[in-house]
Design a protein around this ligand. Structure first.
Ligand code: MIC
Ligand code: SF4
Length: 638
């Protein structure tokens, strides 16, 4: 039988296990990427592996998240990352060079290769016909050490594209439509593969908007074929020699097919506070707004800025709003300056932010109290913008620019006379802010600022566990709820004892104190617990506070692995209705954990005060089971 693009790439990288949906396979990782907010932990872990150099074909360390630098801590982290990169043979993309996913797409991605990144939007790279996957930092450190990356053989969903987008409708509207259909948990354990006639109508950057936001589906990744458009993109990037054609075989089969007629796609908008809360823009047109931002790894390419500048050309933004622009990379920024895109944007009243994540992760440009902000980003979780009571709406650059003009949510199709131009052929290549590793390893002194503390290691689980439920959460709890980010908390990413004081802060400001008083604890979660980012801090910090298990209805992929990597037992309810029987503060006893896990027997949780017994399940491969018993990956082999 014919093969999909996914099968072709993944099967050629399998080093452990056999391709069988749901079963664990280990794949060889060709490339890795890290960013600064997760990267310091990754390299602290890599340092403990005692290797001279990274074992991958290419590893790149980016600085794009913590760029506000309101005190010494951010830049200390940058210096640590720069020196550690030089020591271990890693490319270093300097602060200001751009957002990791945009730069990696432009400068490093290669069709047919595998990429593992310590950021959940790493799948952006799959737009080039590679398999790019987001993971926790420890998995990326292991991949840099040459170890396989383990994942469950995914189910492959086909997204069949036909026709062509209508004017003012965009790739963002495609992925928002898919999110509306599939929801934020619809993609767990799945890879979305785009195919069909409609594919060739989309540029690599448009494809990248789609694969980027496939992360919001909870998917392992989303992939496009590598075709003439891919070659064209790589040629413009002066990298045509890495191109190779990869198509699905004509008789390739998908476990399910989603039919998408591109001509039927209309401008879409995700309403607060979930990326799948999607409606057509026209349904909410007229809603007054306070702010618009164009940027983030989803929509910050040259054409994204270009179309916004064409819509705003010669006009000034509404008095009611403030407009921010964060270009995705230095190349995009330089080209936009050279070709007057920036001039048009600035003339219309835009404020230019750094080539970095910025407002997407609450690093500046926060909206006003109860503000309504329209962003071309991928996540609109409550509080993520830095303003707790703000409402974030996710839109395309077209909708963002049209709305900036009017001061209210506006369907861009109502703006007449703007013809979409293709600016991508103008791109100016510039690698001057990428430091290449030296061929021969050199003695490099690693600079470690005072805020950089070692990564803590878990204690192995005992046989019996009695602990209090420290918090009970709802469905779709994000890692932003568990371990918030933003300008105040992100500078503590290299210091677990400090950052752990903020665990679950937005849901229960006393969580830290309660955890400290209890000494150990259990968390109760709903469906899709831990969705969103790859930040392993959402596992390390709870582990540091004594969390030994999370009992949930279901887990998001990356977070579940992060819990296991740090020795926290992920359990699910055999009967999901039992979720309703448990309350915060209950004391629960799980007996014979080690014995039962070793024999793969079911576990039981007893709440003696309520005379209740709850059957608990676990879905752990043998490797994961050993890891949990050892107290996490860092304890394996000790
Ligand atoms: C995000 O978009 O939430 C982040 C910040 O990029 C995270 C990584 C992190 O928390 O450092 C992600 O997506 O993995
Ligand atoms: Fe940065 Fe936002 Fe993209 Fe995360 S989603 S990598 S914070 S731009």
């Amino acid at each position: 039988m014919g093969k999909t693009v996914t099968e072709k790439i993944l099967e050629s990288h399998i080093v452990k296990g056999k391709w069988e949906t749901g079963r664990e396979i280990g794949i060889k990782i060709d490339q890795t990427l890290t960013q600064d907010a997760t990267g310091t932990m990754v390299y602290l872990q890599f340092e403990t592996m005692n290797l001279k150099k990274v074992q991958t074909e290419l590893s790149v360390s980016y600085v794009d998240h913590n760029t506000l630098q309101s005190d010494f801590r951010n830049m200390d982290d940058h210096l640590y990352l720069q020196t550690v990169a030089a020591r271990f043979g890693i490319y270093f993309s300097r602060p200001g060079n751009g957002i990791c996913h945009q730069v990696h797409l432009e400068r490093f991605g290669i069709p047919g290769k595998t990429l593992l990144g310590s950021d959940s939007h790493t799948p952006t790279g799959s737009a080039l016909g590679m398999i790019a996957i987001g993971a926790g930092g420890l998995d990326v450190a292991a991949a840099m050490a040459g170890l396989p990356f383990y994942l469950n053989t995914p189910e492959i969903i086909g997204v069949h594209l036909t026709g062509k987008l209508q004017p003012m409708c965009s790739a963002k509207d495609i992925i928002l439509t898919v999110l509306k259909m599939e929801t934020v948990k619809g993609g767990v354990g799945k890879i979305y593969e785009y195919y069909g006639e409609g594919v060739k109508t989309l540029s690599v950057e448009e494809r990248a908007t789609i694969t980027n936001m496939g992360a919001e589906l909870g998917a392992t990744t989303s992939v496009f074929p590598s075709d003439d458009r891919t070659r064209e993109f790589l040629k413009l990037q002066k990298r045509e020699k890495v191109w190779k054609e990869i198509h699905p075989d004509p008789d390739a089969s998908y476990s399910r097919v989603i039919e998408l007629k591109l001509s039927g796609i209309v401008p879409m908008i995700a309403l607060p506070h979930m990326p799948d809360n999607v409606v057509p823009v026209m349904e909410v047109a007229g809603t007054k707004i306070n702010q618009v931002v164009i940027g983030s790894c989803t929509n910050s390419s040259l054409n994204d800025l270009g179309v916004a500048s064409d819509i705003l050309d010669g006009k000034v933004i509404s008095e009611e709003i403030s407009l921010g622009i964060a270009p995705g990379s230095r190349q995009v920024f330089k080209t936009a300056i050279e070709h007057k895109i920036m001039n048009r944007l600035v003339s219309s009243g835009a404020r230019i932010l750094g080539n970095a994540c910025g407002p997407c992760i609450g690093m500046g440009f926060a909206p006003c109290s109860e503000g309504l902000t329209l962003r071309t980003f991928n996540r609109n979780f409550k509080g993520r913008s830095g303003t707790a009571d703000a409402s974030v709406y996710l839109v395309s650059p077209e909708t963002a620019a049209a709305s900036a003009l009017k001061g209210e949510i506006t369907d861009p199709r109502t703006i007449k006379g703007v013809k979409k131009k293709d600016y991508s052929h103008l791109v100016m290549i510039d690698d001057s802010m990428i430091i290449k590793p030296k061929k021969d390893s050199q003695p490099v002194e690693i600079k470690r600022g005072p805020n950089i503390k070692p990564c803590p290691v878990a204690k192995p689980l005992g046989n019996d566990l009695t602990a209090r439920i420290l918090i009970k959460t709802e469905d779709n709890i994000t890692t932003d709820h568990i371990m918030p980010a933003g300008s105040k908390i992100l500078p503590m990413r290299s210091n677990i004892p400090e950052i752990s004081k903020h665990v679950f802060e937005s849901l229960d400001p006393d969580f830290y104190k309660k955890a400290q008083a209890a000494g150990n604890g259990i968390i109760i979660g709903g469906e899709n617990y831990g969705q969103g980012s790859s930040r392993e801090h959402a596992a390390i910090a709870p582990m540091f506070l004594g969390i030994r298990a999370v009992i949930a209805k279901s887990f998001a992929r990356i977070h579940k692995t992060n819990l296991i990597n740090f020795g926290i037992l992920p359990l699910t309810f055999k009967n999901p209705a039992h979720y309703n029987l448990i309350d915060t503060g209950d004391e629960i006893t799980i007996s014979g954990i080690r014995d039962k896990l070793s024999k793969r027997e079911e576990l039981t949780g007893q709440i003696k005060a309520k005379s209740i017994e709850i059957s608990l399940q676990y879905d752990l491969s043998d490797r994961f089971l050993d890891m949990v018993l050892a107290g996490g990956l860092l304890n394996m082999g000790k």
